[in-house]
Design a protein around this ligand. Structure first.
Ligand code: GLN
Length: 474
């Protein structure tokens, strides 16, 4: 039986009243994971531990000593470390690697009595938009198994969408939470850069990577964010900004001004998505919301800047997988260089190799100024666009993706088309701002449509409160 609660608050009150048994609930999820094995959402499931944990947490609830997330069943993207558990990044390079410490974000969930049910599938090292670049195979979209779940956090999005857990953590470097959330029809939040500690997250592009939640409600995103946010001594880029309860309905949110950028509604946007978003805008206009047309003039450079800067950072971050200290090492080699070459050729998949080569190229002497330095300057201009707009509006509303979930195999041989799928999501990572995917309906094929809301840095409270208001209206 599918869980009979719509968010964690409700679940917890049912657990407290005894109406719901946590052991039954966890068993249900385990069975459902098995039943949906074909979706390929989990790389590892912690069957043995979770039932035991359910017992312990059930007791804590009984005694009133439980944490905020007591009994919430959460999947963790397989790029985040959990001590003594595999952290593979869906790569052959790390297929036999067990983590030696736990990521701060995961530890904070555990400390609040969440139950970690397993590690979710993703694109190798979080590089991809379709979850087809995984050593564990493609994740299938629960809404239509011939279509992709999106990427790179496809396993997390699909697991929440298929009811295999209450929530999941993913990571978003250029859209990897918002895009799969949109394709699978769930809520997904990319927090401000630095809001959540990256300690224990395998680095892809360190100045872009953010950890955030997937869930079936804005409420659950909000409570998870509250738990995982905050300054962490182990990550010097984590921000010392106050952590609050993120859903509040202050007077100040009653008249919210939302900017609609013209650059996000142009060529390439599926007409059904455009129409449903415009309809939502009209519905919201009739309520308290005010909409204004805005311009983000450097939008056309986002994909280029994103793929230059992130590949540069990736080529440097992935240099550590050379077979010397951990991870895969080739069996036979003649010299050290030969060992490095063979190890890396065998361990990495095609897309990861492509990014390492691109990144090495844009950083190399003679090309650095033309590509890397220029892209850094463009990043600044994109950030300036947002700064200017946020002087006038509270939030920005856009589509999350140009199309709904595409067919498996449709784009995998054409990297440029695949990269263009990130057209509306990469800007938030370039600017370091938070963004959320809100599911707003389905297209004629029954595939979920998503809408993206963006806020200024550290304005998650405004973002989540408004998402909740919108949710109550539409
Ligand atoms: N699809 C984008 C990429 O392949 C985003 C990935 C991500 O956010 N991790 O780079």
């Amino acid at each position: 039986m599918r869980p009979i609660y719509s968010n964690h608050k409700e679940k917890l009150s049912k657990l407290i009243s005894g109406e719901l048994s946590l052991i039954d609930n966890v068993s249900y999820f385990l069975k459902n994971i098995e039943k949906n094995n074909h979706l390929n959402t989990f790389n590892f499931v912690f069957e043995k531990e979770v039932l035991k944990q359910a017992e312990i947490i059930q007791d804590k609830i009984k005694n009133g000593t439980n944490g905020k997330l007591a009994g919430m069943v959460i999947g963790i993207k397989d790029v985040l470390s959990i001590k003594d558990k595999p952290t593979t990044c869906s790569s052959n390079t790390l297929k036999n690697f067990n983590a030696i410490y736990t990521a701060t974000a995961v530890q904070k969930l555990i400390d609040e009595d969440a139950i970690i049910i397993g590690k979710t599938n993703c694109d190798e090292f979080a590089m991809g938009s379709s979850n087809e670049n995984s050593a564990f195979g493609t994740v299938l979209n629960p809404n239509d198994n011939t279509r992709v779940a999106g990427g790179s956090s496809g396993g997390s999005a699909a697991a929440v969408s298929a009811g295999l857990c209450d929530a999941a953590l993913g990571t978003d470097t250029g859209g990897s939470i918002r895009q799969p959330a949109s394709f699978c029809g769930v809520y997904g939040l990319k927090p401000t850069y630095g809001r959540v500690s990256r300690y224990g997250l395998t680095a892809f592009a360190s100045s872009f990577d953010s950890i955030g939640p997937f869930a079936n409600s804005v409420n659950d995103l909000s409570i998870i964010l509250e738990v995982i946010s905050g300054k962490d001594e182990k990550d010097s880029t984590s921000a010392d900004e106050p952590v609050t309860e993120y859903i509040k309905f202050d007077k100040k949110f009653e008249k919210i001004k939302i900017g609609v950028p013209k650059e996000y509604f142009g060529e390439g946007l599926d007409t059904e998505i455009e129409t449903s978003i415009k309809n939502k805008i009209n519905e919201l206009r009739e309520k308290e919301f005010e909409f204004v047309d805005i311009t983000l003039p450097h939008t056309q450079y986002t994909i280029a800047a994103y793929y230059i800067l992130t590949t540069a950072e990736a080529s440097s971050n992935l240099a550590r997988y050379d077979g010397t200290r951990f991870g895969h090492r080739t069996k036979e080699y003649r010299s050290l260089i030969d060992m490095y070459e063979k190890t890396r050729s065998e361990g990495f998949g095609k897309e990861v190799k492509r990014r390492i080569m691109l990144g090495t190229y844009v950083l190399s002497a003679g090309y650095y100024d033309a590509y890397y330095r220029k892209a850094q300057k463009v990043r600044r201009l994109i950030k300036d666009d947002f700064d200017k707009v946020f002087e006038k509006v509270d939030l920005i509303l856009t589509p999350t993706t140009p199309t709904t979930a595409f067919l498996i195999g449709a784009k995998i041989d054409d990297p440029l088309t695949m990269y263009l799928n990130d057209i509306y999501t990469t800007s938030a990572n370039l600017a370091g701002i938070p963004g959320i995917n809100i599911p707003i309906g389905k297209d004629k094929n029954g595939l979920p449509i998503g809408m993206q809301l963006l806020a200024n840095q550290f304005e998650e409270e405004k973002l989540l409160s408004t998402a909740q208001l919108i949710n109550n209206i539409i």
